[in-house]
Design a protein. Structure first.
Length: 176
């Protein structure tokens, strides 16, 4: 399987997101020569990426140049800055090392962003299933992602691969 764009991970322009002040600071978009300064910059990017992805329900990010240039997350036209693919890759690699991202199989340019980890999604799914009386019911992936019973849940429209990873966590616990 590879990462793919789904309705659950497209950015929703109608929802406003408050970018932090540092997003208007040109050096934020460039790797810094001082190790400590660059580490802080990466931490700020990680926090921004997680907040933005949670707000817009983005499950997959790409470090492809065109995707970066078109993304409001990685490009600030008001200051003429876009994060370079290699810098985005470094930030996402750091996030992966800390458990906040996971590179997608295949292309090496896309990754899952874990603003909620698969085990956390699994716990949320399990609580929902118990609460709604579905704990001993067979449901399809489609029903969980798109069904009426899940319309107003946090996992409605979830990226399919993220949902499958979450269900595997439940399976390991003997709950699915």
């Amino acid at each position: 399987r590879t990462c793919r764009d789904t309705p659950g991970n497209r950015e929703m322009a109608s929802e406003s997101f408050a970018f932090p002040d540092v997003f208007s600071f040109p050096p934020f978009f460039s790797k810094q020569p001082n190790t400590e300064t660059n580490a802080k910059r990466i931490q700020l990017w990680r926090d921004l990426i997680l907040s933005y992805c949670r707000h817009h329900r983005v499950f997959v990010l790409s470090t492809d140049l065109q995707a970066l240039q078109q993304s409001p997350l990685f490009s600030n036209p008001s200051i003429g800055r876009t994060l370079r693919p290699e810098d985005a890759g470094e930030i996402l690699q750091q996030m992966a090392g800390a458990g906040y991202a996971e590179w997608c199989p295949g292309d090496g340019k896309s990754c899952f962003v874990w603003w909620r980890k698969p085990s956390e999604w699994g716990d949320l799914l399990w609580r929902w299933a118990v609460e709604k009386g579905f704990a001993d019911t067979v449901l399809t992936v489609f029903e969980i992602r798109e069904g009426e019973a899940t319309e107003k849940t946090e996992f409605a429209g979830m990226d399919e691969e993220v949902l499958l990873k979450s269900l595997r966590c439940l399976e390991k616990e003997g709950k699915a």
